[in-house]
Design a protein. Structure first.
Length: 439
């Protein structure tokens, strides 16, 4: 597990000399107090707010703005400090085109580019950009009206592009050497911020993976032990000398059912591992989808009745022939149907439909939908993750190992198809979950 202690890039020595009578950044002299103050900010776990505040205070500016774009993650971070307020940091991740956050990102990227490659009408662009980036509900902040000058320092480091914007009532004359030093410190702070973010993400991911492992082992332990316990009880009952033929048949049926359940579980785990390790070639052949779906519905009739469900099979009048591997496609649809039986509300209908319209671009669509509990929006992107189970499954004690949908996704990819899932409100307290497959 990642260490909880944040790394320190270097330790700044306390400034032991006397405070100089005058400090001039214009010619690069007497800058040690500023350098030590800036270096000390790098010891902070999140150095950007402290860096912005130190720069603004030491250079006599009204405000200081730090902007950085990380191309590897496409994240954009900006930190703003102004007199009389605490520094504020915000991450502008990629957003939907035309949204306010997308507009902020565009403005911030423009300001960074402006610092790296300044143009003749820079002042007008800085004023417009700052007003747009820092805009609040009632327009630009009031303190921005006191800003008459913007001194940009480009930070063009390895793997990032950023800018330090020093805002004040008048221009700041800063020596090029000092600007270079400030740019270097800014690059270090931006890199440290990135590394801290990566460390936090990796720690969270490791904790989540450990949670998945513990949850999977707990679930697998239950799923393996339950059939074995039933088989052991059946074997003990079969040893009784006073057992009637009817009871003997009953216990043999239990043995066969539980043994099949155990074998299916092991086979699913092995198949999932095979899908991840290597892609085996599919045995494609001309397959009548109407016949395949009809046979699947007949085999699943008892399972549906046990779950108090009705299957609505919607098929087109004409045959639909697809070149595919019928065994793998049957496995996909069987897993989806089993999933629907587990998560559907009793006395509802499971719908399995084959597209009745003329297939376009040589593709056909299959849909399976059921009514039950909602799939939360934050769970939808992970529904095909291996060993991932929804909150409703854990809360309601629904049996499963979290391998079924992962297996479905892997098989669909091998069949050169696509699968999507949606969950939308349908009836009162019921949501419709729909899996759409295209081949």
């Amino acid at each position: 597990m990642a260490s909880e202690n944040f790394p320190v890039l270097f330790q700044a020595r306390p400034y032991g000399g006397e405070q100089p009578a005058s400090s001039s950044l214009a010619d690069g002299r007497e800058t040690w107090p500023l350098v030590h103050a800036l270096a000390a900010t790098l010891n902070d776990p999140n150095p950007l707010p402290a860096l912005a505040e130190v720069l603004g205070n030491h250079l006599g500016g009204v405000a200081c703005l730090l902007l950085c774009h990380y191309p590897t993650t496409n994240d954009l971070v900006y930190t703003c400090w102004h007199q009389g307020a605490a520094p504020l940091s915000q991450c502008l991740s990629p957003a939907k085109a035309g949204s306010p956050q997308d507009w902020q990102r565009r403005v911030a990227l423009g300001l960074i580019q402006q610092a790296i490659e300044p143009t003749a009408n820079a002042r007008l662009r800085w004023q417009q950009g700052l007003a747009a980036l820092l805009r609040e509900e009632n327009g630009p902040p009031a303190w921005l009206r006191t800003v008459a000058s913007c001194t940009p320092i480009a930070v063009d480091g390895s793997g990032l592009q950023g800018a330090i914007l020093l805002l004040g009532p008048s221009g700041l004359a800063i020596d090029q050497t000092v600007q270079a030093n400030l740019a270097s410190l800014g690059a270090i702070a931006f890199h440290q911020h990135y590394l801290q973010g990566q460390a936090v993400r990796h720690t969270e991911q490791l904790r989540y993976l450990n949670y998945l492992k513990e949850d999977f082992l707990s679930t697998l332990n239950h799923e393996l032990r339950t059939p074995l316990t039933s088989m052991m009880l059946a074997i003990r009952m079969l040893r009784r000398p006073d057992l009637t033929p009817e009871r003997t048949t009953l216990y043999l049926d239990i043995l066969e059912q539980q043994c099949s359940r155990e074998i299916n579980l092991v086979n699913d785990l092995l198949m999932l591992q095979t899908l991840e390790s290597k892609a085996s070639a599919a045995a494609d052949q001309a397959t009548d989808l109407k016949q395949l779906l009809t046979e699947l519905a007949e085999r699943s009739e008892a399972k549906l009745q046990q779950a108090q469900l009705t299957l609505d099979l919607q098929l087109p009048p004409d045959p639909v022939v697809l070149s595919t591997d019928p065994q793998r496609l049957t496995k996909v649809l069987s897993e989806l149907l089993s999933n629907a039986c587990k998560y559907s509300a009793p006395q509802t209908t499971v719908t399995l439909s084959l597209s009745t319209e003329q297939p376009q671009n040589g593709r056909v669509a299959l849909q399976m939908s059921n009514l039950g509990a909602a799939i939360e929006a934050d769970e939808l992107p992970h529904i095909f993750d291996k060993f991932r189970r929804g909150q409703s499954a854990t809360k309601d004690g629904i049996a499963g190992t979290g391998t079924g949908l992962a297996l479905v996704h892997g098989l669909v990819e091998q069949l050169k198809g696509t699968i999507k899932v949606s969950s939308q409100p349908s009836q009162p307290q019921l949501w419709q979950t729909c899996f759409t497959l295209e081949f």
